[in-house]
Design a binder for this molecule. Sequence first.
Ligand code: ADP
Ligand code: MG
Length: 724
Amino acid sequence: MAAFRQRALNEAASHHAERFCVEDGPVSKYFGKNVLDLFKMRSYMSRQAYEAVLAAVKYGAKLDRSVSNEIASGMKAWAMEMGATHYTHLFHPLTDATAEKHEAFIVVKDGQAFERFSGSALVQQEPDASSFPNGGLRNTFEARGYSAWDPSSPVFILDGTLCIPSVFVSYTGEALDTKVPNLKSLQALSDAASSVAKLFDPSVKSVHVNLGLEQEYFLVDESLYNARPDLVLCDRTVIGHTSAKDQQLEDHYFGAIPSKVSAFMKDFETEAYKLGILLQTRHNEVAPNQFECAPVYCEATKAIDQNMMLMIIMQKVAEKHHLKVIFHEKPFDGVNGSGKHCNWSIVTDGGVNLLSPGKTPTKNLQFLSFYAAVLKAVHDHHYLLMASIATLSNSYRLGGNEAPPAVMSVFSGTTLYNIFQSIENMQDLHEDVVNQEAIRIVNAIPDIFPDNTDRNRTSPFAFTGNRFEFRAVGSSVNVASAVYVLNSVVAESLNNFKAEVDALIAKGEELSNAVMTVVRKFIHESRNIMFEGNGYSKEWEEEAKRRGLRAITNVPESYEVYHEKKTVDLFSKLGVLAPNEVEARFEVLNETYVKKLQIEARVIGDICLNHVLPAAIRYQNILIENVKGVKDVFGEEFRELCASEVSTLKKISMFINRMSSDVEALVEARKHANRIEDIAERAKVYSHEVKDLMDKVRDSADHLEMLVDDEMWPLPKYRELLFI
Ligand code: ADP
Ligand code: MG
């Protein structure tokens, strides 16, 4: 066997299950140990400083510079007790990764070494940030970008470094990260939702979002991963024939977790617990080597920060286990891809879940109001919502008959669907009958428990009893980029809802009648987004088109939605993103798309020319030599004797030839695309010309994999990668 592949396989076979991160005692003893939460903070600073932090956390109050020194020195004391030597601001630039720049506490003055951490270092850092994506918001000559502490997430320690969750903004204050718009969207949603909730309960002061993020991922042995240049550089395989057996027997989903994997899971869970991440479930997923974990839901900002941390920890812990975690949405063709199901609910400061149907008519009226507002929001901005999850990597997964379809719809479940239908049907009734009928329906809404709601796994946006599950979000992303869009569209819809109710009340309508009228109107206007059937079916694709729902058929084309007036107005009216910030995001999305596809196109070219082609030619030569030999021995009889061999030889020669010329064409297509000045245009050309040629090249490579002697094949195959 090709030496490289053989070595990787031998190494993989020698990796055994072992635990590395073991803590004494029950989880409760070490849970949150590496986080400086509010409770612990009390013992490290004065009451005045503590109260300043508390006000910042609870009400977003600005921190007074005068107390920041004291807060910093309290943090430093705790961090040093925990063995930390460095600190860093940790922020979420527009790359889907986190960024950090570590600074040592240690300073030397007058020959004396001592540890220092000032208030200004806590509150603000200035990373040389010109090399983060900024979509033209910052020219390199005014390259300053600031990261600033976001007190709503607690500081924590990872690998001996005090990590300070931060926002990242330009010199002139524009958002350069995913956190700023998310925080602003949470505020906009809180304002809008509180004003609607107050119709039913005047004591409501604020509303927050809860998120439960289910994380799917693949695991691959580190040696095998490293033997695949495509995995190393793109986190996905750009060639590879499907394995004879993969997920068709459905024997992996919820199956027994392999011991190597379970040792890894227990270790990363231990590390996550220490950071206060409450992981609750773990199980095998549908594809071989695919797994999922989910924490208990919590407040949105914290949930997103924790998800980003979780991805880092998993990768770090995996190293100890000789494993690689793959968060890419579609690392292997032919088997399921991965998502990050985003469970989203809205809750008042009094702890009332506004998406939970209840026991009393008032509560049900409130539930219907919020539900109808979400429906209308998703209906009106369905394309924007899908665009918010559209990336190159997610595009390999969407619409693939195993992942959410590329067109948005909302699944409500039979009970609710019937309720909405009867509410909508009241449209034609006489006014008095409408009121009576409405009261009857509101009274009759049953408690819908999350556990016994119907599950529709084919819907990109499904109601599950007391929350919506946005299932189209990709596994590798920072979910904030989808969440701020969702928060914003719902905020806008709630504002409209409230305005319409107010207008009716001003005309003398009684509150519950006014609410019911607007609920009915919103449901009626959102009719087209409701779909209860099979989202994977061909019929739905056609039906969705008839309904005027726009599907994502091409990623860069979908980004054009950020140029639509409706989108720009949405974000600027709510104060989430100014028009130039929206434009910057548009640029960055296109740029990222191009860069990632460019890397993939280069990698597939390299692999085919440097790995596949030499192996195929070597095998071609062996066959030629053999045919010649048979001819030497048997004379003209060789034609009959070698018929099948010659046919294989022809196929191999044909695929070698086709692959070589397609790789050449691919290089040319890239060159042509790279000459296009406009980034959005370039992305479009990449998405058609470059991608189409990559598919062609792959087709030849995958055929060759089936034809060439296994002994000579240079790269680990799917069957070797996919079964730990
Ligand atoms: P499933 O795979 O059936 O969707 P999981 O248990 O894997 O269910 O994940 C459900 C996720 O939804 C968990 O993270 C859970 O904490 C979260 N969740 C439950 N209730 C809510 C809620 N009210 N708001 C937000 N997230 C929730
Ligand atoms: Mg789920």
